[in-house]
Design a protein around this ligand. Structure first.
Ligand code: GLV
Ligand code: GLV
Length: 326
């Protein structure tokens, strides 16, 4: 029998056509645009050799046990893999594929989009325009600009670096970054200085969160952090919602500790209608569109297919997370 690849979602058109044309494997797929239930996932994975999934699919030991011993790889259509229990994968000798690089530009673009929306108060301006009201006054509804300001990047990885490259031409005169360790090559290209997290918050006018969600970064933006925020600063998060303590963020916005927060990622996703962050005049929320371009989503899905096929054939995956499997 041909190996089975379980795919939990409909893919973008070009990648979907390629997947549907595969003949070396049997594709079992949920052709939906909505997340699959955990119970459906548990029953459908039985007998699969690879799983192509999204960040809304929780991959844990229960799922790996339900799959059976022929499961070779989990191939997530994302660069983040905080939804995957990597210890459990290692114990089950299941490899992990992901999609770095191909989504870097799109995600950095989204970071810039949110930074500009926040600094120019686009949320309020759009609401005015939608009501047919004028925002053209000399004195009201004024935003701020980046010229002469300090940029702070939390996590100078691929996306953090691409964000810095895009934002520098807006006229920032200083770039700071923080993270688990300095990256001198990446920092050199941006002339960025490595600082501690609180120092970055004290000095940066625009803080962009570009780090993965890990035990170290979960809740990193909490009450204590917001006490260090530079008054009038803007916080943009295109990483993972759980890096920010949302209760603490709401308090900080109400207290005027920050000028604006602009979030592509939240807990939960989506936020329910009427959620205080959606209604807050100082908060702009997008529904996780970081990588949502035709080009990038096809590239991500194709890389996820490549990862799954390689693993099923016992070949090296083009983009594998090193979790300690030989
Ligand atoms: C999206 O959030 C991703 O991790 O690719
Ligand atoms: C992931 O966070 C990346 O920088 O690609």
């Amino acid at each position: 029998a041909k190996p089975i690849i379980l795919v939990t979602r409909k893919l973008p058109a070009q990648a979907q056509a390629r997947l549907s044309a595969l003949t070396s494997v049997t594709v079992r797929q949920h052709l939906s645009t909505a997340p699959i239930s955990h119970s459906a996932l548990l029953s459908d994975i039985r007998g699969s050799s690879a799983l192509i999934c999204l960040l809304s699919d929780k991959v844990d030991s229960e799922l790996l046990e339900a799959a059976g011993p022929q499961l070779r790889a989990v191939s997530t259509v994302s660069v983040g893999y905080d939804h995957v229990d990597t210890q459990a994968l290692k114990q089950h000798n299941v490899r992990l594929g992901y999609t770095p690089d191909v989504l870097t530009d799109a995600t950095a673009d989204t970071t810039v989009l949110l930074a500009l929306m926040a600094s120019r108060l686009a949320k309020a301006a759009l609401a005015k325009a939608a009501k047919g009201e004028s925002a053209f006054t000399l004195s009201e509804g004024l935003g701020s600009q980046f010229t002469g300001k300090t940029l702070g990047i939390v996590g100078l990885g691929r996306i953090g670096c691409a964000t810095g490259r895009r934002l520098l031409p807006f006229g920032f005169t200083r770039v700071l970054y923080t993270g688990s360790q300095p990256h001198s090559a990446r920092a050199g290209a941006l002339n960025a200085e490595f600082v501690g997290f609180h120092e970055l918050l004290q000095l940066a006018d625009l803080v962009c969160v570009c780090c993965p969600l890990t035990d170290r970064t979960r809740g990193m933006f909490g009450r204590e952090a917001f006490q260090h925020a530079k008054p009038g600063s803007i916080l943009v998060n295109t990483a993972r919602g759980a890096v920010i303590d949302q209760e603490a963020l709401l308090e900080a916005l109400d207290a005027g500790a920050l000028a604006h927060a602009a979030l592509d990622v939240t807990v939960p996703e989506p936020l329910p209608a009427g959620h205080p962050l959606l209604c807050h005049p100082k908060c702009t929320v997008l529904p996780h569109i970081g990588s949502a371009t035709e080009e990038t989503r096809n590239a991500m899905a194709n890389l996820a297919i490549d990862n799954a096929l390689a693993a099923v054939l016992g070949q090296p995956m083009p983009a594998e997370v090193c979790i300690g499997i030989e």
